[in-house]
Design a protein. Structure first.
Length: 323
């Protein structure tokens, strides 16, 4: 059972060498670095393969990595994260013992910019319990994604021969590749495994798009608008595929249609693009009472878009602060 590590990077060089070194130290049979820039990694020359990819989207880079890899299994790693030395041997064992397994995802341990362990007060992490996947009802996607799935790109592993059939759709989705791979396995009704083992070090720093640390209100507004638009695009792709397979009222299609509406609202709000009408639309057709944060933001935006933006910024500061 061979394992290919696909390390993706866009513009950012600072942490890349450490990420690649961790994949090699964990025992990856090959390491592919899919990036939009060149330059050797000191001390690692000849131990990895460069795959040039000018596209910014993580999904496009991961698709290129899957197509370029030679391993039986592909494990993804963001350029700013690292793996535990025990990860690749564990992946080999899992996929070697279960020929039907196509998707595996595990938990992460937060570290600071310098790679030192930290306590991150993040409510979304606190309530995640991958062990509950064994008793999930198969229909409630809100519970699955909010309380069970520990999703992260750097903790995602897929069987390559299965993943090749999804690369075209991943390019269309563009972003939220970690959620894409998990949903693809659910749509195909293939064997998946979630674990609470923290085999990835997730770096929390001010250069990460999804984190508020070090961001001014205007910085956050730009980041949030960009990430919301990206994730809305991915959700629309997943909603389309799920609708084609199971109908628009199927649980997965319904979930991602509502998610796309909510994320589209956040992008419109942060960009100042008809925020009140977008808020009314998401209240009519969006996640309803299942996502109180979206509902509260939309209700606030109907009265005052500027106040809604301010509250979102403050909420994100609380979510991402370190202990």
């Amino acid at each position: 059972m061979t394992v290919s590590a696909v390390v993706t990077a866009q513009d950012r060089r600072e942490f890349l060498r450490e990420a690649v070194a961790s994949a090699l130290a964990s025992g990856a049979d090959e390491v592919l670095v899919v990036r939009n820039f060149s330059g050797g990694l000191e001390g690692l020359e000849g131990r990895y393969v460069d795959v040039e990819c000018r596209a910014e989207e993580t999904g496009v880079k991961e698709a290129a990595g899957v197509e370029s890899a030679h391993g039986d299994v592909v494990a993804f790693l963001d350029d700013d994260d690292t793996w535990e030395p025990t990860k690749v041997p564990h992946v080999r064992e899992l996929f070697g013992n279960d020929p039907a397994l196509v998707y595996y995802c595990h938990d992460q341990a937060p570290v600071d910019r310098g790679g030192r362990p930290v306590e991150a007060r993040h409510p979304e992490w606190a309530r995640k319990d991958p062990r509950r996947f064994a008793t999930w009802d198969g229909r409630d996607l809100w519970v699955l994604f909010d309380e069970i799935w520990p999703g992260n790109n750097s903790s995602t592993v897929v069987r390559r021969d299965w993943a090749l059939g999804w690369t075209a759709a991943l390019r269309e989705a563009g972003w939220a590749a970690d959620r894409f791979w998990f949903t693809a396995a659910l749509l195909d009704r293939r064997s998946t495994r979630l674990e609470d083992a923290p085999l990835t070090h997730l770096r929390l720093h001010d250069l990460n798009m999804s984190q508020t640390r070090g961001a001014s209100p205007e910085d956050f507004r730009v980041r949030h608008a960009t990430s919301s638009a990206r994730f809305a695009r991915s959700s629309r792709t997943l909603a389309r595929i799920a609708s084609e397979r199971g109908g628009p009222d199927s649980p997965i299609a319904s979930h991602f249609s509502r998610t796309a509406a909510a994320l589209g609202f956040f992008a419109d709000l942060e960009n100042g693009h008809h925020p009140r009408s977008s808020a009314l639309a998401v209240l009519r057709h969006g996640p309803g009472g299942r996502d109180r944060a979206v509902t509260a933001s939309a209700l606030t935006a109907v009265v005052s878009p500027s106040l809604a933006r301010r509250l979102l910024y403050l909420s994100s500061l609380r979510r991402w602060r370190l202990g």
